[in-house]
Design a protein around this ligand. Sequence first.
Ligand SMILES: Nc1ncnc2c1ncn2[C@@H]1O[C@H](COP(=O)(O)OP(=O)(O)OP(=O)(O)O)[C@@H](O)[C@H]1O
Ligand SMILES: [Mg+2]
Length: 227
Amino acid sequence: MKKITIECHNISKSFSNGSQTIQVLRNVNLAAHENELMMLMGPSGSGKTTLISIIGGILEQDSGECLILGKPINQLPEQEKTIFRGNTIGFMFQNFTLVPTLTALENAAIPLLCLKQDPTRAYERAKQLLCTIGLEKQLYKKPAQLSGGEQQRVAIARACVHMPKIILCDEPTGFLDHERGMQIMQILKDLTVSNNCTIIVVTHDHRILSFADSIVEIEDGTIKQSK
Ligand SMILES: Nc1ncnc2c1ncn2[C@@H]1O[C@H](COP(=O)(O)OP(=O)(O)OP(=O)(O)O)[C@@H](O)[C@H]1O
Ligand SMILES: [Mg+2]
């Protein structure tokens, strides 16, 4: 039996904008295992980003429990949560959120520097990863000087560079051509084997579905189907 690494029990979440409250997640249950690459699909606005943000400890659920490697991530004391997240989780945001004043190389090395790795080694590792994904000419450019696909790859590198056990990627291939998208997915898939990672990929991209070990469909904040 593979170890369960991500467990969501009855997760609900709503947002209020002044007088209006919208329920975005309704009693979501989900489990993912080590060595699993799960794809999370569903229409725009169905709650995908909200769900992986809760799993990644970026947003807090209103009710329910989310266990990451057995720990209730959003109930941990703030400092413990920050350390746990830094060690355990890599997160690629849908809008990349690269630091505009830092180069591609510096952005990709952030998780290692936060973990107090030796800077020379951190930059060497980040450089090696960026070169693998075709960014050898972009290492010293800032995000504004990069194309959408290049920024997307820097964001993916930042999510993987510290070899976290849990990698959460929000639309990692939307800006990439077919060949580059396949390469990125192969790198993620390889990490599920070589590093026993669990990876959740939010996607609308049907070209990459063959890389999935499991597919979860969410609609209007409810899990519709898992396979
Ligand atoms: N901070 C927020 N405040 C208010 N409403 C929000 C907030 N974040 C998300 N929402 C709303 O929650 C719903 C779900 O948003 P979410 O970003 O999770 O959808 P999604 O499935 O990721 O969509 P997409 O495929 O377009 O990225 C949407 O109706 C969105 O407008
Ligand atoms: Mg989204």
